[in-house]
Structure formats: C-alpha cells, structure tokens
Design a protein around this ligand. Structure first.
Ligand SMILES: NC(=O)c1ccc[n+]([C@@H]2O[C@H](COP(=O)([O-])OP(=O)(O)OC[C@H]3O[C@@H](n4cnc5c(N)ncnc54)[C@H](OP(=O)(O)O)[C@@H]3O)[C@@H](O)[C@H]2O)c1
Length: 331
C-alpha cells in the first residue's frame, strides 16, 4: 500500500487507515463481535493499513483492550492513534482536561494497548473548565517522557460549533493557541463526499503547516457504501438512530449521491465499489490526508485497503464535484 507521511513529526503510515470505533462503540451490535474485530485488525495490518485509530472512551476502554490483544503480537506493524479527554458516565459524556487526569489516562491507555508508546495521542475534546494550553502542556510532557510520539486533536469542527451533550469541537483558533505550546502533529475531523466542509479552511490550515489530517467518517457512517437500505432503521443503541441524515426520508433523498459513486465505480471494473470510490476521493484531497474508515468486518477492511490503489480520473473527480449536496442537517 502507498505510504503517507503525516504531520510535522514525519509519521509514516499506510494511505488508508482503520477506524476501530465500530468494534466497540456507537454502532449496533458492536459489543458482540470481538473475534471478528480481531480478525479485522489483523487483516488491516496485513494489508498495510498501519494506522489504527481508537480512543479510551470507545467501549469505554474495551476498544483499546481489544486492540491491545493484537498489538501485543504485532506492535511493529501498527501506528497507534488513541485519544484522551472524555469520560463516559451513566447518563453523560464529560470532558476532563486536567493535567493530572491526562497523565493517569495515558498510563492506563498504554497498559490496555499493551505497548510502551502511543504514536499519536489526540485530545478528544477540550475541557471548557481548563485552559487548553494546560491540557496540551500535559500531553507535551508525555512526548518528552517518551510515552507518546506526536500530538493530535480529534473533532476539530469545520464550523467550530457546539456538539450535542455540551461537548465542543475544537477550532482553528484553539489549534493556533496549542501550537505555541507544542506542535500539532495531526488533526482528525470529518471529511467525506457528503461532508466536505473541512476542505474550506481546516484542511488548508493543516496543509500549510505540514499537519496531518485523519479523515474521520470517510464513508458517511456507512451511508456512502450503498449497503444501508432506507427505512430499515437502526437499533436504539446505534448513533444513526438519532442522526437527522439517517431518517428513512433523508436516506432516500440522498440516494443520488450513492448512485453517482456507483456509476464511477462501474467504470473502474467489476468488483470496484462505491465505498472504494468514496475513499479514493478522500485520498485525492491532499498528500497529508489519511482516511480512517471504521469497520469491524474483515471483508470491509480488505475492500477499504484496496481503495488505496484506485486512481480516480479527472472525469471521476468532476462527477463527484457535481453530485448533489447532502440533504439533512448534521446538527
Ligand atoms: N463517528 C464519529 O463521531 C467519529 C468521530 C471522530 C473520529 N472517528 C473515527 O473515525 C473512524 C471512522 O468513522 P466511522 O467509523 O464513524 O464512520 P465511517 O468510516 O464513515 O463508516 C463506518 C461504517 O461503515 C461500514 N463500512 C465500512 N467499510 C465498509 C464497506 N467497504 N462496505 C460497506 N460498509 C462498510 C462499517 O460497517 P461494520 O462496522 O459493520 O464493519 C461501519 O458501520 C471511527 O472508527 C473513529 O476511529 C469517528
């Protein structure tokens, strides 16, 4: 697989990564698929998808534990990205950016991941009660202590808006502030055919500074793959059950986007999928961009890794540019 160098720290990874979140969090059925998930992680590493993206709050904790079982045997094959700063309670998720907490959370992540160093340690959300420089300073100390190789910020909003539950996306202004404390190695934010907002200011900001860009939700939470049927619904524990873009009406209204991706896929031969076109498009958005498609099924991991070899033509790109904008607010 093509390799990409992300971030000022020159971290080298396979061009398509693996998002581990669906193995333990946010998608229905996540919790009963341990063995399948282990096979999926191993498959990704075999295929050269070295960047594995997790977080302590996925599960909570079980996603890191699962990944740790693979890393124990194959640490050298992986580039480990995990996140700190969110605590999952009975009813709410709260941010905690206190330096002492960050230090303890890092040690706990290292234990769960069965490794002595995290390649990319990301701030999951800033704590509104703690100046972000203090949180970032504590994370920088972890780099100096050799526990972490580079720092990142996950969930930087294209609009800098507030998310549900009182959690805030990061903003470019905040990125500028933490850059004064310690370099930002990478940013992780949503980027896909149906959510291209990051292309306006966030991605150019990253590119101008050599900051890596991890494209989260590159498959539109599964929608862009064309495998989700409008009206079939989602289990109550699936985040898409509450997402405005995943009502039966909106999924039906957005089908022309999937149809467009399928048309392009068909031109590239039998077996090429809409999912692969969606990922190949993300890869064309810049040389520091690494999509991290989430998957717990081995067959999806194989398919997604192969997207690194799919070269979209100028005609393909022009067609993607002409696809209708997604309907249904994300807020
Ligand atoms: N969603 C968020 O709020 C968020 C925020 C920040 C970071 N992230 C990170 O970004 C990663 C990616 O985001 P995401 O997982 O939410 O969304 P995504 O990558 O856009 O889509 C994941 C979904 O697509 C399905 N899928 C994957 N490959 C497929 C294929 N080739 N064909 C058909 N279906 C396929 C997966 O199914 P299976 O699960 O059944 O395999 C899963 O349900 C996460 O894993 C996480 O590491 C996510």
């Amino acid at each position: 697989m093509e390799r990409r160098t992300i971030g000022a720290g020159a971290l080298e990874v396979g061009a398509v990564g693996l998002g581990c979140m669906p193995m333990s969090w946010a998608y229905s059925g996540s919790r009963q698929r341990g063995d399948e998930s282990l096979r999926a992680v191993n498959r990704a590493l075999d295929a050269g998808s070295s960047l594995v993206d997790t977080a302590d709050m996925y599960g909570p904790f079980t996603n890191e534990l699962l990944l740790g079982r693979v890393l124990k045997e194959r640490r050298a094959d992986a580039f480990v990205s995990t996140k700190v700063g969110l605590l999952v309670g009975e009813q709410h998720i709260v941010a905690n950016g206190r330096p002492g907490y960050v230090r303890r959370a890092c040690d706990a992540s290292l234990r769960r991941l069965q490794t002595d160093v995290i390649d990319l340690y990301q701030l999951h959300r800033a704590d509104p009660e703690v100046p972000v420089e203090e949180t970032w300073g504590a994370m920088a100390e972890l780099v100096r202590a050799g526990k972490v190789r580079a720092l990142g910020w996950c969930a930087v909003g294209a609009r800098g808006g507030r998310r549900s539950g009182g959690l805030y996306d990061g903003t470019i202004r905040q990125l500028r502030r933490v850059q004064q404390v310690f370099p930002v190695g990478a940013v992780e934010a949503e980027l896909s055919v149906w959510s291209p907002e990051a292309l306006e200011t966030l991605l150019p900001w990253c590119e101008a500074r050599g900051v890596g860009f991890l494209a989260a939700m590159p498959l539109g939470n599964g929608f862009l793959t064309g495998t989700l049927k409008p009206g079939r619904g989602f289990e109550p524990d699936d985040m898409r059950a509450r997402h405005p873009r995943f009502t039966a009406e909106m999924m039906a209204a957005n089908q022309p986007i999937v149809a467009g991706l399928r048309r392009i896929a068909a031109r590239h031969g039998e077996g090429v999928t809409a999912a692969q076109v969606a990922l190949a498009w993300v890869l064309t958005r810049g040389r520091y961009v690494v999509p991290v498609p989430g998957a717990k099924q081995e067959r999806w991991v194989t398919e997604n890794a192969a997207a690194a070899g799919l070269r979209l033509t100028p005609q393909d790109l022009a067609e993607v540019a002409k696809l209708p904008a997604a309907r249904g607010s994300w807020e």
